[in-house]
Design a binder for this molecule. Structure first.
Ligand code: ATP
Ligand code: MG
Length: 271
């Protein structure tokens, strides 16, 4: 490496770096550019939320960072190392809780620990119980999945993701199916866990208020081709109230930016 290149390397690499990332999917009508020239840096401990309309490439972006799929162009680095597949440092959480119905709540959380060497059965149960307590579900540790509400299932999924202790949490609309009250409770849980355990979070949502409630920085994506249009730092004090006028004002500004960005597409006949 030349000294010039050496100087250009940041001394503490960003947690996640995407450079010129592109991804296309072949379809009957030709290739869909799901992602186009995505440049993105996420700092250690940062909470970044991506918002954008359906089809703008949010899930594609998360699955590339998770290593579940490969980019066509560009590179993705986690801790300065190219992502070539899934890793325990990056845990993805989907919209559906995807729990194992043949295990109870505790057993589901333990699953995240079974891949870890050096933990015996008892230690696993203790760690899993700790994380169930963290999401307020200690009392339900022996409940079966079908006995849990949707919100409780999401909490178990969150505990399972956290128990595996990934440094990076990738969350794809994890709360979209929940009622507003449960969601608001989970915002608080997630914010507390994020700040106490210093996770780096890349979170995807359709909901602009949810984005402003959680994020250090909101990224606005636009579709076809999927691009990061604009970034909005959110410096509101935490914990935040999703119903506060300050938060609503920030969300309003982002929604207006989204409308403006989509205007040419609207003129071209999009609804
Ligand atoms: N496996 C695939 N095959 C073909 N096209 C795909 C595939 N996956 C995604 N796409 C296309 O890529 C684009 C981005 O899809 P993606 O699922 O990333 O969007 P999204 O922003 O997550 O949308 P939503 O908010 O609806 O979840 C869309 O046009 C979609 O049709
Ligand atoms: Mg999606």
């Amino acid at each position: 490496m030349s000294s010039l290149q050496g100087e250009l390397q940041p001394s503490a690499p960003e947690k996640l770096v995407l450079r010129g990332v592109g991804k296309g999917f072949p379809t009957q009508e030709g290739t869909v550019r799901a992602l186009d020239r995505i440049d993105l840096q996420v700092a250690e401990g940062e909470f970044v939320v991506i918002v954008g309309p359906s089809g703008c490439g949010k899930s594609t972006l998360l699955s590339l960072v998770a290593g579940l799929d490969r980019a066509d162009e560009g590179e993705i680095l986690a801790d300065g190392v190219p992502v070539t597949g899934p890793g325990r440092d990056r845990m993805i959480m989907f919209q559906e809780a995807a729990l194992f119905p043949w295990r109870d709540a505790l057993g589901n959380v333990e699953f995240g620990l079974e891949l870890k060497p050096g933990l015996d059965r008892r230690a696993r149960a203790e760690v899993a119980a700790f994380f169930l307590r963290l999401v307020g579900l200690e009392r339900f540790r022996h409940s079966w999945v079908h006995e849990l509400s949707g919100g409780m299932k999401q909490r178990v999924a969150l505990a399972r993701s956290l128990a595996a202790n990934p440094r990076v949490l990738l969350m794809d609309e994890p709360f979209a199916a929940l009622d507003a009250m449960t969601r608001e409770q989970l915002y608080g849980d997630l914010e507390r866990i994020w700040s106490e355990r210093r996770k780096t979070i890349l979170f995807v949502t359709h909901n602009v208020r949810e984005a402003v409630c959680l994020a250090d920085r909101v990224l606005l994506m636009t579709p076809h081709p999927g691009r990061v249009q604009e970034g909005f730092p959110i410096d509101l004090p935490r914990p935040r109230d999703i119903n506060s006028p300050e938060l609503a004002a920030r969300a309003g500004a982002i929604t207006r930016a989204l409308r403006t960005a989509l205007e040419p597409a609207t003129r071209d006949g999009m609804p």
